[in-house]
Design a protein around this ligand. Structure first.
Ligand SMILES: Nc1ncnc2c1ncn2[C@@H]1O[C@H](COP(=O)(O)OP(=O)(O)OP(=O)(O)O)[C@@H](O)[C@H]1O
Length: 233
C-alpha cells in the first residue's frame, strides 16, 4: 500500500508538489494525469526516495521511505518511460543480472518462464536487447517486477511511445499484477488507458491533486471533458 501524507516538494520557493494526500491500496491501479510539469514524476520520485520531501511523508506498506529506504525499495519495482537495460545482453541475461542484484535467485528455466508470462515472444528471450522494441523492453521490466515479487509498482509514463497493441498488452500485464494484489501508481498522459485500466484516477495541476475519483464513476467522455476544462482554467 502507498500513502502520500501532506507530501510536498519545494525547489526554492517553487512548490513542485503541494501537500499531496493519496492512498493506493492492494489491487488498485492509481493513474496520475496532468500536463507537463504538473508534479507526476516528482510524486513517483518521492516514493522512490530519489529525492527528499520538503514536507509530509511518502509511505510504503507503513514505512516512511526516507527512514526505511532499503526496506521500501525491496517492496517495489519501478518502470520508467525508458527502462535501462544492457543492450548487448539478452532479455534473459538482463533479467538474470537484475534479479542477482536483489536477494532472489532463479534457475534459467524459471527466468524464461517469467519472460514468457510477461508476454515476451519466446524467440526473443535469447536475443540482444538492442534488437527489442520499446514494448518488449517494458515486458522485461514486468518480468523483473514479477521476479522480485514486488507488492508495489511505480510507473512513470510506461506506455508513452508504445503503439496501441503494445500499450494494450502492457495494460493486460498491469491487470494481471492487480489480480495478484499489487498496488500500482502510474503517471501517464494516456486518458484512455487511465480510464480503461486504472481503478482510480487523479488529475494534477501545478503540483496540486485537484481531482481524484474511482475510474468506474466517470465515462471516458466525461473524463476527457473534466481534464480539458482543468487544463484550460
Ligand atoms: N531539480 C529540479 N529543480 C527545479 N525544479 C524542478 C526540478 N525537478 C522538477 N522541477 C519542476 O517541478 C515541476 C514538476 O515536475 P515533474 O517532472 O514532476 O512534472 P510531470 O508532471 O512529471 O511532467 P511531465 O509530464 O513533463 O513528465 C516542474 O515545473 C519542473 O520544472
Amino acid at each position: 500500500m502507498l500513502q502520500a501524507i501532506n507530501l510536498t516538494k519545494k525547489y526554492g520557493d517553487f512548490r513542485a508538489l503541494n501537500s499531496l494526500n493519496l492512498s493506493v491500496n492492494e489491487g488498485d491501479i492509481f493513474c496520475l494525469l496532468g500536463a507537463n510539469g504538473a508534479g507526476k514524476s516528482t510524486t513517483i520520485n518521492l516514493f522512490l526516495n530519489f529525492i527528499n520531501p520538503s514536507g509530509g511523508k511518502a509511505v510504503i506498506n507503513g514505512l516512511d521511505v526516507t527512514e526505511h529506504g532499503k526496506a521500501t525499495k525491496q517492496l517495489l519495482s519501478y518502470i520508467p518511460e525508458n527502462l535501462m537495460l544492457y543492450p548487448n545482453l539478452t532479455g534473459l541475461e538482463n533479467l538474470d543480472f537484475f534479479c542477482g542484484l536483489g536477494d532472489k535467485s532463479y534457475a534459467k528455466g524459471q527466468l524464461e518462464e517469467l519472460l514468457i508470462q510477461s508476454g515476451l515472444q519466446p524467440d526473443f528471450i535469447r536475443k540482444r536487447v538492442s534488437s527489442y522494441s520499446k514494448g518488449m523492453r517494458q515486458k522485461v521490466g514486468i518480468a523483473l517486477a514479477r521476479a522480485r515479487e514486488a507488492s508495489v509498482l511505480l510507473l512513470d509514463e510506461p506506455t508513452s511511445g508504445l503503439d496501441p497493441k503494445a500499450s494494450n498488452e502492457f495494460s493486460e500485464l498491469l491487470l494481471e499484477m492487480k489480480e495478484k494484489g499489487v498496488a500500482t501508481l502510474m503517471a501517464t498522459h494516456d486518458l484512455f488507458r487511465a480510464k480503461d485500466t486504472g481503478t482510480h484516477i487523479g488529475i494534477m495541476k501545478e503540483g496540486v491533486l485537484i481531482e481524484q475519483f474511482a475510474s468506474q464513476d466517470v465515462s471516458f467522455q466525461d473524463l476527457e471533458k473534466m481534464y480539458l476544462k482543468h487544463m484550460h482554467n
